[in-house]
Design a protein around this ligand. Sequence first.
Ligand code: SF4
Length: 353
Amino acid sequence: MLSILGRIEIVSLTDMLEVRDEDILVASHLKKYYRIRRGFNPFDRSKPKFVRAVEDVSIRVPKGKTVAILGESGCGKTTLARAITLLSPPTSGHIIFDGRVIFDGEGGKLRKVNYKKLYRDMQMVFQDPDSSLDPRLKVKDIIAEPCKGLLDIEKEAIDAIVMESLKAVGLSQEHAYRLPTHLSGGQKQRVAIARAIAPQPRLVILDEPTSALDASVQAQILNLLLSLQTNYNLTYILITHNISVAEYLSDFLVVMYAGSVVEQGPTASVIANPRHPYTKTLIASAPIPNPLKRTLLTTEIIGEVPSVINPPSGCKFNPRCSYAEQICREKIPELREISPGQFAACHLAEKIP
Ligand code: SF4
């Protein structure tokens, strides 16, 4: 059955997120599993095992806004970003980008995707500029590279875009002729951002854009990202483990734990009134710059992150949750609306102070 939503035509699936005109991207029920390789043993009849890196994640990204995906290392946030960009396509789920279905479904069927158009509209800034920039290329060639592959324009036009992008990220013409090894960490990340904005994308995925930088440079890069968003009408998906960065840059927050979304909603609401015990602890453990306002943690996460190969039964957070009850060990909590626009996957969200 087909459903027409504005100019968007999608396969109608009752369990799929509704696509609104203001959304640039809607991802529904994404899963990303990796099969674990076994050694050669002809007598091994055991079932194959999978790393469940992303488990049933649904997000929507409104145009011109920033959605932050927050969680500790190994929670699946970067895998989710790579699945959304089709760099590593999901195992199953649905992705609609700019009104087109780019990934559809069961068994991981890829739609006939125009990758040239997709990557013109969707770019990524990687965490570590040292590994994402080719050390043998000059800055101007690094920035020109995606334009040559994605834009059907003459060399002179590409040169003009390169210079404009450099200026937009606060670098001068002189930097265009340097190698990345002759730049500071902050300058390298500016080059990575310039390369991402050069093809004039609509959505930019920022994978920990400041975590490899000195604290003094981080604020400059965050402010640069904010001004670029306004000037170029960009939409961001921000991948971060740093709640302060998420709070500063994002409009909506998605908190992930062991491959699943445990809480999501407007950033200000989630930070002011977190409803999931994991989010509460993440917020409580964020460093506070004012020593007079520091308090001892009242909620502490105990134990280790669970295995994503054999996750605990029921709520995956139950072995570490100080509020866990019997139901938490038996039943997987659904992500449900606890207050207007704010969702949490916790059986006891209403009871927990
Ligand atoms: Fe804790 Fe239970 Fe809520 Fe999971 S469902 S976060 S174990 S209270």
